[in-house]
Design a protein around this ligand. Structure first.
Ligand SMILES: [Mg+2]
Length: 359
């Protein structure tokens, strides 16, 4: 029985980073949760890129925790559905999904602790190495800084690297992608991420130009609401279209899969609405024979991608939470594996976090 739920809120400083839609980001909010049940403690979290975190914490404390207290923690999918219904009127995505995720992650962790099994096994997966690519938030970097970042990724042995595009002057985007391709040669995969900067028409014209640099995928070319626009890009471009970090429910993924509007389905078990929601998205990808990948959430995603049929890459984020974790994920030969600890294996180093605790 769930007898206690705790939350803590942190503001983690970020050194100047930015992308096309969200501009400069200087803080990551972390909302940590602990769910106590039957002598075990499940750990969960949610995060934002600087805004909304206190509202997420309030949803957890005032609306979701009271629903779970006194309940059996084991039927996680049913509890997810109850949380979803409880916030439906103000939810169906957005902050509600981030709040549900903070508890859903902890419930899956509890499930693993109770069973003595790691998350990938609970999800029906087998541990296997997943290729990882180096990813920065680099739209604001100068070209020399961007190339230095890329050289750092190569030095770490990544078989793929990503570049942000979406500068006001597309000629700059094109020059930056060209320079990175020149630096990495033909044997390294090159992902390109527009962070929804373009209209569908702009994405079509610009995607055609960028294809000369043989990108592995084009990520978030346009607004997530424009499913038809994504479908048009899938049909018209050779470069695969990758989408997922801004899809906040299983239904949003279903629309994309039903419409054939993506080629690589990316999960983020926080922004998607929890591990439960990301697993549903991955099942849709399997049924449609789509490749899968991840956004941020390196440790959780390594587990979940092992439960997917065609995981192509895990995003290894330059701003991963490593310095705040007890056991940061290791990259070996450009690949990662999920933790073998029961549950998620994800534990925050609360001493490292404590200077950033806030109200
Ligand atoms: Mg992205």
């Amino acid at each position: 029985m769930i007898d206690r739920i705790e939350t803590a809120y942190y503001r983690l400083p970020l050194e100047g980073m930015g992308d096309a839609l969200h501009g400069t980001m200087d803080c990551e909010e972390l909302i940590m949760t602990k769910v106590y049940a039957d002598g075990l403690v499940g750990h969960g979290y949610s995060y934002t890129i600087g805004r909304g975190g206190r509202a997420i914490r309030a949803l957890v404390e005032h609306d979701l925790a009271p629903l779970l207290l006194g309940r059996d923690p084991q039927p996680v999918e049913s509890l997810w559905a109850e949380m979803w219904r409880a916030l439906h009127y103000v939810g169906r995505g957005g902050l509600a999904s981030f709040a549900i995720a903070a508890l859903d992650v902890a419930l899956w962790d509890l499930r693993g602790l109770r069973a003595g099994r790691p998350l990938y096994a609970l999800a029906g997966g087998i541990s296997r190495p997943i290729p990882a690519y180096g990813s920065g938030v680099d739209l604001g970097k100068t070209l020399p800084e961007l190339l230095a970042q890329t050289e750092g990724f190569l030095a770490r042995g990544f078989p793929g690297v990503k570049v942000k595009v979406g500068r006001p002057d597309f000629a700059e985007d094109e020059a930056r992608v060209a320079e990175v391709r020149r630096l990495i040669g033909d044997r390294i995969d090159l992902m390109v991420d527009a962070n929804m900067a373009w209209s569908a028409d702009e994405a079509l014209a610009r995607g055609r130009r960028l294809q000369q640099f043989r990108p592995f995928w084009l990520e978030e070319p346009t607004a997530p609401e424009d499913v038809a626009g994504h479908r048009q890009l899938v049909d018209a471009l050779q470069v695969p279209i990758a989408v997922g970090e801004n899809l906040h429910s299983p239904d949003e993924y279903r629309r994309y899969v039903d419409e054939g509007a993506l080629a690589v389905l990316q999960i983020d078990p926080i922004t998607n609405g929890g591990i439960t929601a990301s697993l549903r998205a991955l099942a849709l990808a399997d049924a449609a024979n789509l490749g899968t990948s991840s956004h941020y959430t390196d440790e959780l995603s390594a587990h979940l991608l092992c439960a997917s049929r065609y995981p192509v890459y895990l995003e290894k984020h330059a701003y991963a939470l490593d310095r705040y974790l007890e056991m940061p994920q290791q990259v070996v030969n450009g690949q990662v594996r999920p933790s073998e600890a029961p549950g998620t294996g994800l534990r925050f180093d609360e001493r490292a976090l404590s200077p950033y605790r806030s109200e």
